[in-house]
Design a protein around this ligand. Structure first.
Ligand code: SF4
Length: 169
């Protein structure tokens, strides 16, 4: 790469736990920031979905029509897209609603104004909507997985069995 690589960390429907894998790197985060520019970190600042990056990490599942638009934009602006954690790779705990027969009644039992809730019938993994280059499995993932993924992708190496190699055992 002729420029300093840029990475972004995006959030969809999730608990934010997988983003902590970055913060939990400690000194490793400083080393990472010397190798790459972290142009967007969902927990830390405003969204930058239209910013061109080398690697986009995506936490969380798709649950709204707006999410569908967002992930398309992120994909269009990323060389590599890496899903992090069970929410992004398989729909996560929120995908339990996919199995329920009475889910259309749930918002009225929870919200004062359910008419404002506009969600898709199912919680969907990111790969249902866009090409995913690399999956990191876990709930949550850990810092070692992130370091290994960044190291491989900065060399333009995408292991075929990436998920098995880099998931929590
Ligand atoms: Fe949180 Fe687990 Fe989803 Fe990660 S995979 S965002 S830790 S619920």
């Amino acid at each position: 790469m002729s420029h300093k690589p840029r990475i972004a960390v995006h959030k969809f429907s999730s608990c934010d736990g997988c983003q902590l894998a970055f913060l939990n790197m400690g000194a490793g985060l400083l080393e990472l920031s010397e190798q790459v520019d972290i142009v967007h970190f969902a927990e830390a600042g405003p969204l930058a979905e239209d910013y061109r990056v080398d690697i986009a990490f995506v936490e969380g599942s798709v649950v709204t029509a707006h999410d569908v638009e967002r992930i398309q934009r992120i994909r269009a602006n990323s060389d590599y897209l890496v899903t992090i954690g069970a929410c992004a790779t398989s729909g996560g705990i929120q995908a339990l609603k996919n199995l329920a027969h009475d889910r259309e009644h749930w918002p009225a039992q929870i919200y004062t104004h359910p008419e404002y809730i506009d969600s898709l019938p199912e919680s969907q993994p990111i790969s249902d909507h866009v090409k995913v280059d690399f999956e990191l499995w876990g709930c949550p993932i850990n810092s070692e997985q992130v370091v290994a993924a960044v190291g491989s992708l900065l060399q333009d190496v995408v292991p075929k069995d990436n998920a098995e190699k880099l998931c929590l055992e």
